[in-house]
Design a protein around this ligand. Structure first.
Ligand SMILES: Nc1ncnc2c1ncn2[C@@H]1O[C@H](COP(=O)(O)OP(=O)(O)OP(=O)(O)O)[C@@H](O)[C@H]1O
Ligand SMILES: [Mg+2]
Length: 386
């Protein structure tokens, strides 16, 4: 159903913002109005005809126009005719479902383009009316950080190839020489040759981990049952690094298969669960694994105008002390670590694999509740699961 195709008799009148309000209204003086005005995100309410019926303070700032002005306009008077905002509103009116779209640029004649995430939801009880929320900071920023990681991953890719070539070969020479020396060494000197071998092995293991970044092979993808992946990761954790942790599983049993590579997805969730286990308290440590189907989450495919649906959400939550604020902007960059034995490659690898899948990852962190959310595409058709 397109804009303007809703019949007028189906449209319930929505009072415009400058009009006097009842107790349940969202007008400026009502308690809901106060609440909406306190939100940092711009919120608009549109009638079935596209007229703007409500704009909160953040929306006034965003559109650089007063609510009085906005509420005498239609959305297509405020944004250009080809704005993605209008097509999203149309889509929601047509389907009756909410849509969440990341990475959209919204521009108006009064302001230059701004990069936002947009949520458009139908307003129940009012046919054709929709609520529009624009999110400029929070999630969008985090996604942006994650996307800027694409360039970080690219530079790591080049570096990984050089490291593998330039370090591993001489390293095996050094290790071989140390082993030869060991044969005629005294007990005291043997400690030193062992040290050389151990350190050479450690560097070799680090380079091996880096080599994953230089893999150029295309991703082999199939229908993957993500619950089996999580189950596998949980079992690995329980028999090793997460022995003292209580796992809570919060799964949507009807979740369709992910379009992904099973081994790589195991790597992703192994890293996330390992980090969660390392962050959780020694006593009373808890990790919550959740899956959910979330309609209408879409993401632009890099280098094309296509948008990919990412309806499958998998999250890993722990009750540790949280991620230090100063790490938030660079968390997915390689070599960022606060652990004495950490490489800081875990999350960089996670981000790379999720990017390769066309998915996204973001996180929320506060003391006692840190959650990493991965959104992935669904396998396109019925197929046997791996
Ligand atoms: N769930 C979490 N809670 C608190 N901090 C976290 C969490 N996950 C990641 N971090 C922080 O992010 C940093 C980077 O994580 P990443 O997995 O990339 O490397 P690492 O865990 O330090 O090292 P490695 O993965 O090589 O063992 C960690 O050092 C930690 O400070
Ligand atoms: Mg880690």
């Amino acid at each position: 159903m397109g804009r303007g195709s809703v019949r007028p008799e189906n449209v319930m009148a929505i009072p415009r913002r400058p009009a006097p309000r009842g107790p349940n209204s969202s007008g400026p003086g009502s308690s809901y109005g106060l609440l909406l005005n306190a939100l940092p995100d711009p919120v608009l309410m549109l009638g079935a005809d596209g007229a703007i019926h409500y704009a909160n303070f953040a929306a006034e700032n965003f559109f650089a126009a007063s609510a009085d002005y906005l509420c005498t306009r239609r959305l297509d008077d405020v944004v250009p005719a080809d704005s993605p905002l209008l097509s999203l509103v149309d889509q929601v009116r047509g389907t009756g479902h909410s849509v969440y779209e990341y990475g959209v640029t919204v521009a108006t004649p009064r302001m230059r383009g701004r990069f936002v995430a947009i949520q458009v939801s139908p307003v129940p009880e009012t046919v054709g009316a929709v609520a529009v929320t624009l999110r400029e900071r929070s999630i969008t920023d985090r996604i942006d950080h994650q996307l800027t990681h694409r360039s970080a991953a690219r530079s790591v890719t080049g570096m990984a190839a050089v490291l593998a070539h330039e370090i591993k070969n001489p390293l095996s020479g050094i290790r071989g020489a140390a082993q030869l020396l060991e044969q005629n060494a005294s007990a005291a000197d043997r400690k030193l040759t062992e040290l050389i071998c151990d350190e050479a092995d450690r560097i070799c293991a680090l380079v091996d981990r880096m080599e994953v970044f230089s893999e150029k092979r295309g991703l082999e993808r199939d229908a993957v049952n993500i619950h089996r992946v999580l189950e596998h990761v949980r079992r690995l954790g329980e028999s090793g690094f997460a022995r003292n942790i209580r796992f809570i599983e919060n799964y949507d049993p009807s979740l369709p298969p992910v379009h992904g590579n099973r081994d790589q997805l195991i790597q992703v969730f192994l890293n996330l669960v390992k980090n969660a286990a390392e962050a959780a308290p020694k006593k009373g440590g808890e990790i919550v694994l959740s899956t959910a189907y979330q309609h209408g989450v879409r993401m632009a495919v890099p280098g094309s105008a296509t948008r990919m649906d990412l309806p499958l959400m998998v999250s890993v939550q722990d009750n540790g002390s949280g991620i230090a604020e100063d790490l938030h902007s660079c968390l997915f960059d390689p070599f960022v670590t606060t652990k004495s034995g950490g490489t800081g490659l875990g999350l960089a690898l996670v981000a790379k694999i999720i990017n390769d899948h066309g998915g996204i990852i973001d996180f929320d962190s506060q003391p006692k509740r840190t959650v990493f959310r991965v959104r992935l595409p669904m396998f396109p058709e019925e197929a046997p699961e791996t």
